[in-house]
Design a protein around this ligand. Structure first.
Ligand SMILES: Nc1ncnc2c1ncn2[C@@H]1O[C@H](COP(=O)(O)OP(=O)(O)OP(=O)(O)O)[C@@H](O)[C@H]1O
Length: 269
């Protein structure tokens, strides 16, 4: 299967992740309960400025709860949650206001001058210059998610939170979105937390892949493969380790048809 092939507008950047003095995100011994249900149970997490982290975990493991905490959408109950002030979230559905044109959706809530010009610039970056005055109801799924990305981008976030933003897209559109997200990340260098069920998506995109289980980070893989990433032996070894951590047996070797993954690498968890 194909893996995202990002346009390399500039050489691959090696960021000094370890040397970054202050993390963009830091949670220490974080706990979140819903009644008797302890969803996050003493979690430690640190994300460096400009680092791209992907978060995997079984359904109900607390991925969205963690993302909502970092977005400031879920109360932290007085616990210390360090994030950049400028944060933006892209959800699985684009959440556009249907009565506002595309550019106005992107400009929504922006302060300062040149609002239309800034929205236009962001829409140009996601390849939607020709849809500025379109109504959201006329957009394809991919265009709607591009608009949501532009709306996030125009806020110059230090932390970009992506909650399964590609999950509802067809496989080809998803690969194009991978490409787009990587080029936007290279250009703007926010810290990124991507919640996904797709193990290959996580390995193809991220600097680091985390597995959430029982309210904690149960596994961590630092991905040092050059981008664009291909499904080589090293990729597959990482995939096997992550699948095993997720409790999915991946079979003895790739190419023998044993992988319990969809063609996109999505795993049913
Ligand atoms: N507002 C809420 N009230 C009560 N329980 C909640 C609330 N939000 C989440 N939960 C519970 O917290 C647990 C984790 O949910 P969460 O949505 O964070 O998981 P997830 O890993 O994102 O799952 P999925 O992969 O299915 O989206 C679940 O048991 C869920 O029922």
């Amino acid at each position: 299967m194909a893996v995202s092939q990002p346009r390399l507008s500039r050489p691959a950047v090696t960021r000094p992740l370890q040397q970054a003095a202050e993390p963009a995100v830091r949670l220490s011994n974080f706990v979140r309960r819903f009644g008797d249900n302890t969803v996050i149970d003493g979690l430690d997490l640190s994300i460096a400025p400009g680092e791209f982290v992907a978060l995997l975990g079984a359904s109900g493991s607390g991925k969205t709860t963690l993302l909502r905490t970092l977005a400031g959408l879920d109360p932290a109950g007085g616990q210390d949650v360090k994030t950049p002030d400028a944060r933006a979230v892209v959800f699985q559905d684009a959440r556009l206001l249907p009565w506002k044109k595309v550019w106005r959706n992107v400009a929504l809530g922006l302060s300062g001058g040149n609002v239309r010009a800034r929205a236009e610039a962001a829409l140009k970056e996601v390849g939607l210059s020709h849809r500025l005055d379109a109504w959201p109801g006329t957009l394809s799924g991919g265009e709607a998610q591009r608009t949501a990305l532009a709306r996030a981008l125009v806020r110059a976030p230090g932390l970009l939170l992506l909650d399964e933003p590609f999950a509802a897209l067809d496989a080809l559109t998803r690969l194009k979105m991978h490409d787009l997200v990587l080029s936007l990340w290279r250009e703007h260098a926010p810290a990124v937390l991507l919640v996904t069920h797709d193990v290959d998506e996580a390995i193809a995109l991220a600097d680091r892949v985390l597995v959430l289980d029982k309210g904690r980070i149960a596994a961590e893989e630092r991905i040092t493969l050059d981008r664009p990433r291909t499904l080589d032996a090293r990729f597959q070894a990482i995939r096997r380790r992550l699948l095993s951590q997720l409790g999915v047996e991946s079979g003895p070797a790739h190419g023998e048809g044993h992988l319990l993954a969809f063609p996109t690498g999505e795993v049913v968890l």
